[in-house]
Design a protein around this ligand. Structure first.
Ligand SMILES: [Zn+2]
Length: 239
């Protein structure tokens, strides 16, 4: 490899490292994990709500059932007084009949309330079950994602290290002066070395004098673009 080929290789490896570093940064920000974590929190909130609602409804049902028992007892009592034959006073009888009717109405109201609550409990139990299932799935996804992230990050770190080693090796074969020129160019331009495309510098798109082009093609020395100052590189199989 001649000097410009080595410089080009260094440049390509550096570009690759940059891409890997961007990917690494993205993974470290854990965007997908963040979203999953938000989803988990939402589900956790739902689960707590369903559980609280179920507790409240079950308590209400218990209380209403207790009340219903009392009313049933009262109805039985009124009934036995009504049909015992002990009461002959019409006014008293009418009063008792009214009492019985009121109690029966109250009973029906209670039974309807209980029924409605039981329906709520059924729905909430289903919703709770589904939420818990979704939560479990999300949790598994989160854990896998976390593991996957760590593996990917380790892989990237290794790739970066390998590339850095390759760059070091290539740099050690270059003269200090050329290397420092390359480094200086790199601080000024994101692309310190540019390919020749026919007689054009792909860095600044200006035409290069044919005498310079032939110098670049020979590859015996490092040639700079007159216009932008970049190192010029010629790739033989470049069409
Ligand atoms: Zn140029």
């Amino acid at each position: 490899m001649d000097t410009t080929q080595i410089l080009w290789k260094i440049y390509e490896y550096e570009k690759e490292i940059e891409k890997l570093k961007n990917r690494k940064e993205f993974l470290e920000a854990n965007k997908n994990l963040e979203e999953l974590s938000e989803g988990l929190n939402e589900k956790k909130y739902d689960i707590t709500n369903f559980k609280t609602q179920l507790e409240v409804d079950n308590m209400k049902i218990k209380r209403l059932n207790h009340k219903l028992k009392e009313i049933n007892f009262q109805i039985k009592d009124t009934n036995s007084r009504l049909y015992s034959g002990d009461i002959s006073n019409v006014k008293k009888l009418t009063k008792l009949q009214k009492e019985e009717a009121d109690l029966k109405q109250e009973k029906e109201k209670l039974e309807n309330e209980i029924l409605e609550l039981m329906e709520n409990v059924e729905t909430n139990t289903k919703d709770l079950y589904n939420s818990e299932k979704t939560y479990e799935q999300l949790e598994t996804k989160y854990k896998n994602s976390e593991k996957d992230n760590i593996n990917k990050l380790n892989d990237i770190k290794e790739q970066i290290k390998e590339l850095e080693n390759k760059i070091e090796e290539l740099k050690s074969s270059l003269e200090d002066e050329i290397l420092s020129k390359y480094e200086t160019l790199k601080t000024k331009k994101s692309k310190p070395i540019s390919k020749l495309d026919d007689d054009k510098c792909t860095g600044c798109h200006m035409s290069i004098a044919s005498i310079v082009v032939s110098k670049v093609k020979k590859g015996k020395e490092v040639v700079y673009c007159d216009n932008c100052g970049r190192i010029l590189y010629y790739e033989e199989d470049n069409n």
